[in-house]
Design a protein around this ligand. Sequence first.
Ligand SMILES: *Cc1c(COP(=O)(O)O)cnc(C)c1O
Length: 434
Amino acid sequence: MSYEAYKNNQLGFNTRQLHAGYNPAEHYRSKAVPIYQTAAFELGDFERCIRLFDYSEEGHSYVRFSNPTNTVLEKRLTSLEGGAESIALGSGMAAISNTFLNIAVAGDEIVSVNTLYGGSTTLLNSILPDYGIVGKFVEDENDIESYKKVITDKTKAIYIESLGNPGMNIIDIEAVANLAHENGIPLIVDNTFATPYLLRPFEYGADIVCYSATKYLAGHGTTIVGAVVEKGGFNWLNGKFPQFEKFYDEYKDTIGKEVLDETMFTKRLRIRYLTDLGSHLSPNSAFNLLQGIETLSLRMREHTANAQKVAEFLESHPQVLSVSYPGLKSNKYHELAKKYFPKGPGAIMSIRLKGGISAARKVLKKVKVFDYMVNVGDAKSLIVHSATSTHFGQSKEEREKAGVYDDTLRLSIGIEEAEDLIDDLKHALDSIEG
Ligand SMILES: *Cc1c(COP(=O)(O)O)cnc(C)c1O
């Protein structure tokens, strides 16, 4: 038989999550994607070695640069996201830090928001500034004028999350993308909480999408993985990015102008940063990811349906002060959720408790189905007190800007029976009074 499904991007999402990017005929017809557990590949002959090292031929030499198992994962993600090319890396933070380093050099700025994943805030606030790359944070992420105020000639990108952590705030991606493009800079979106099943930021103008694939893409809490996907076609030669001009001159005759015009971001990320900073993803981890992605849409449908039921229950409980979940009609992002998340705004939510931090402590002690963990996006339900874990070490003011109060719990709703999750939370919340 011939295998054609691997390269047909017209197929539906459910089909592509099983087949995209993998042609068994190129791998001894193994139906499972093989794990290439090797550190290096034989180069063949003298001329081929030169072609591999000047990048005029695509192929594998040393695995810190590429590996066939990872290549399948990258192609699958590219297809699901509707992008031009992807890179898989050793973690979500590797994906994000390598992206920042690729886009900005000393003297440059990256504009972002206060409602970011803690590690990303730390990068922009405390780590990259030591290397001359400064994060600038907008005052109000829902007000486009706020972004205009902080964008300068030095700004090289706007960086946001499609669903903020842990408040589940939604930014008007389309408006921010337009503003970025008016300024000749790309919009980068961390789409971890949404996944390409719920939202494809490229359809709203984003240029780069980053993932902690550790979460829903892997789906089972087994593996740390990151990914960067490039939409393709952004003009990196518009005068704002001298590092890309230099790269273009260096590689236009070997990689080729057409390829660079389409995917120069990913090419430079791989050749400069993946290779020489060394955030390589092990092929075993890539394999786990591929297993997870096969059921992504099925899991996301269950996750979001459960989340809606749990959020509605929590909103009705007398011990709960507020629930941040955009699927609720009362939520301030409900209208944006309808635009960007017709399939449901993910399955992570945060709640505030009337009884303060001591109530939060009681709930964590009483839950029996929810696991007390900092992870999210596992098939299993997880709960955590953000102020003493994910946002530990930030000042009270910094935390509260991100929506993390002393009485805040973050929940990641799994795919158990919704009734069991509600019973578990009801029991724990009812125990607060006593
Ligand atoms: C977990 C997470 C990250 C970091 O990813 P790792 O895979 O843990 O390195 C980045 N962004 C968001 C939104 C996350 O949830």
